[in-house]
Design a protein around this ligand. Structure first.
Ligand code: SAM
Length: 304
């Protein structure tokens, strides 16, 4: 991300600059720090609750097929711990932990406000989350050199320097270790015949991510990024989920995401737009009269 894109100077981490000055940062010609797009430093409780809802719906709607795909490509086969980077509230990590109940799942999350939402009473015993911004900070000692596979789901799109994050993962993996990246790509959102509710939701999604520095088109860039970070691409798939097959959870995802995006950037999205999305999608638009699509982008990369 260009330096002009930062909204305030306190977003810049000067620790990476040779002498701590902005001049030396700029003359280095690179961005040695990372910000997290629309997820940067979220602390507002209402926004955290909206994120929690979206993350839970995404897990319910998408996780089972993703895990099946990753298992078929060897996730967990070696019996060693799995590292999940960008755990947020632990919704997806707990699903992983229950799917691999014989393994240890290390969750790592940059934002302590999100990881604090993990319910420790009901959390599976083989799952935990620690706070660390991977790529900027070293992995905690008990995790470093103690995992064989890494899962990165809906994280790379929010990182201002995804290559730096992927390189850090490459460094941490043993030879033969696997990285599984799950992403989306809004160029493959669609509805036919055009649905007013879904088209409004897609438009909100695209506007808020673009303005906030999250890359909602990263899906088709994953193979290039993985190779540039040093990985070999073992498998890459784009699977279109759709509103007819997935049912009401599909609509719930777009209703919840629209609310969360409005709260993220109220000057860009009006409540009226959110009401339109909610009204159309809660009465089941897309279940019969039209078909809406959502792409699941899945990458399996190996450190040779
Ligand atoms: C959209 S959430 C995805 C949560 C979870 N992976 C899932 O699929 O439900 C992305 C999360 O990644 C975290 N994140 C982004 N970059 C990170 C980094 N470099 N290290 C650790 N966490 C990071 C963000 O703080 C955010 O909580």
């Amino acid at each position: 991300m260009a330096i002009e894109s930062y909204q305030s100077w306190d977003q810049i981490d000067f620790r990476s600059s040779e002498d701590g000055s902005i001049e030396s940062l700029l003359s280095s010609g690179e961005n040695p720090w990372m910000t997290l797009g629309i997820m940067d430093n979220i602390k507002d409780e209402t926004l955290l609750a909206e994120w929690e809802n979206v993350l839970n719906v995404q897990t319910q709607l998408l996780a089972a097929r993703e895990v099946e795909w990753m298992k078929s490509r060897g996730l967990g086969r070696g019996g060693r711990p799995i590292l999940e980077i960008g755990s947020a509230n632990g919704s997806y990590g707990q699903f992983l932990a229950n799917s691999f109940s014989h393994l240890t799942l290390f969750g790592v999350e940059a934002n302590p406000n999100l990881s604090a939402m993990l319910d420790l009473e009901t959390c599976p015993e083989n799952y935990s989350i620690v706070n660390c911004k991977v790529g900027d900070e070293p992995l905690p000692q008990h995790i470093n050199n103690n995992f064989e596979d890494c899962v990165l789901r809906f994280v790379a799109q929010h990182v201002s320097d995804p290559l730096r994050l992927l390189r850090a993962i490459y460094e941490g993996l043993p030879k033969g270790g696997s990285l599984f990246v799950i992403e989306e790509d809004d160029a493959l959102f669609g509805s036919y015949p055009k649905s007013a509710g879904f088209e409004a939701a897609f438009d909100i999604w695209r506007r808020v991510t673009a303005a906030g520095g999250s890359n909602s088109k990263i899906g088709r860039d994953l193979p290039r990024l993985a190779v540039e970070a040093g990985f070999s691409v073992a498998s890459y798939e784009i699977t279109l989920r759709n509103s007819v097959e997935a049912g009401s959870q599909f609509n719930d995802l777009f209703i919840g995401a629209s609310r969360m995006f409005q709260m993220t950037n109220p000057s860009l999205v009006s409540m009226k737009e959110v009401e339109l999305v909610t009204e159309h999608l809660s009465r089941g638009e897309g279940t019969e009269s039209s078909v809406a699509t959502y792409p699941q982008v899945l990458l399996h990369a190996v450190k040779r």
